[in-house]
Design a protein around this ligand. Structure first.
Ligand code: G3I
Length: 376
């Protein structure tokens, strides 16, 4: 009996009182089940960053300067748990570019210093995306100047942080099969102004500006059973880029999970292997589990969220090409509510620590799967 099935069995018990695990759980009445591997950790349990480092992996989270500066308690827990920091907003166009001719690196530099002072790797997120753009973008960027503007942005920003960034999300969410293009790409402003080659242009500019950072293509919705077309179109893009010897080093799989959507372990495992076979590393860049579909009861909700973390990580962390795991936030105290809001207005609980900074079952699910992961 794999530990994962224990978790699945118990989790479902917590939900509906009936086991759906494999190997005989069905007949076990709830109260007779042995305790399972997933339990709340002791307060002095090793931090996630140390468990990851023991396997030559990175664990960390996205956060914002305003949380770290206004909340020293949160900052101390972030320092304890995280070996990598992704600026949630500070390295996007909207923050870096207050006007068309101005770059403001103050917040990005503050976060880069915080990461360096706490021996954290710093992620760059993100150079080319169709969101997170400043209000002036639509009126100042057009087909005539888009190439120069995109290259100027990349050269200036990557050059400014050269030597300080572990990996850059060079292009974010460029694939969207529902736009029915043969190449599966999203009809975003960059594609409309520059054509599909904007992607390789961005990677080549980033490589020239900092030859020592990992260059990542970052994508959402690659995780679920239903995402066949997204996985196929993303793999095809990566194959085209590799065939053209574009300097790309990794695929970022965001990993925004939600309760009711099924994970197909075999499909996910196959996709990871196909990406790895291209010579690419894989980073889980934005992992969280939206609990909107789960009951209001906190114990049940936390256990079902932890089940999803464990089910997903029991697949992805077994893939040797996966070198980093970043959750999209560390504590439920700071989440982007728009993404997570619940109809019953209960406060969402998608992350490893609760609002009081206690480690949750989701934390244990991550810890258990880091411990079970092969060393890189
Ligand atoms: O800081 C300002 C605040 O001063 C102002 O009062 C407020 C109201 O306008 O806006 C605040 O800025 C917001 C910012 O988050 C900081 O909280 C922006 O409006 C809001 O658009 C921005 O949203 C971020 C979003 O990306 C767009 O950049 C979310 O925090 C962030 O979690 C989300 O992250 C994305 C990844 O980059 C890509 N993958 C999906 C993921 C989740 O959507």
């Amino acid at each position: 009996m794999k530990r994962r099935d224990f978790v699945l069995g118990l989790g479902t018990m917590a939900g509906a009182g009936v086991a759906v695990g494999v190997d005989g759980w069905r007949s076990h009445p709830v109260h007779q089940r042995p305790s399972v591997a997933l339990s709340l950790p002791s307060h002095d349990a090793q931090p996630l960053r140390e468990l990851a480092a023991q396997k030559n992996l990175l664990y960390g989270a996205a956060t914002q300067k305003r949380f770290l500066t206004s909340d020293p308690i949160f900052a101390s827990y972030f320092q304890r748990e995280c070996g990598v920091l992704t600026p949630e907003v500070e390295l996007k166009w909207k923050r870096l570019r207050p006007t068309p001719n101005e770059f403001n690196f103050n917040d990005g530099d503050w976060l880069a210093n915080f990461a360096a002072q706490n021996q954290m790797a710093l992620r760059g997120h993100t150079l080319v995306w169709h969101k997170g753009l400043p209000p002036w973008f639509a009126t100042h960027i057009n087909a005539l100047n888009a190439r120069d503007q995109m290259l100027k942005h990349i050269e200036t920003v990557v050059g400014h942080f050269a030597g300080r960034v572990h990996s850059w999300d060079v292009v974010n969410e460029a694939v969207f099969p529902l736009h029915h293009r043969r190449d599966g790409l999203r009809e975003n402003p960059w594609l409309q102004m520059l054509g599909p080659n904007y992607i390789e242009m961005a990677f080549q500019a980033a490589a020239a500006a900092d030859p020592n950072t990992l260059l990542v293509y970052n994508e959402v919705a690659l995780d679920f059973d239903e995402n066949d077309k997204k996985r196929a179109a993303t793999l095809a893009l990566l194959q085209r880029l590799k065939a053209k010897k574009v300097p790309i080093h990794a695929l970022g799989i965001q990993g925004h999970l939600r309760g009711k959507t099924k994970i197909n372990a075999e499909k996910l495992k196959t996709f990871l292997r196909e990406v790895s076979a291209l010579g690419l590393k894989i980073m889980i860049t934005e992992l969280d589990v939206t609990d909107r579909a789960f009951p209001r009861d906190i114990d049940q909700r936390d256990r079902q969220v932890a089940e999803i973390y464990s089910e997903y990580l029991s697949v992805v962390l077994q893939e040797p090409a996966v070198n980093a795991l970043i959750t999209w936030g560390l504590s439920d105290r700071y989440i982007w509510l728009k993404n997570e809001a619940r109809k019953d207005v209960a406060l969402p609980r998608p992350l490893p620590l609760d609002r009081q900074m206690n480690r949750k079952l989701a934390w244990s699910a991550i810890a258990n799967n880091l411990k079970a992961a092969p060393k890189r």
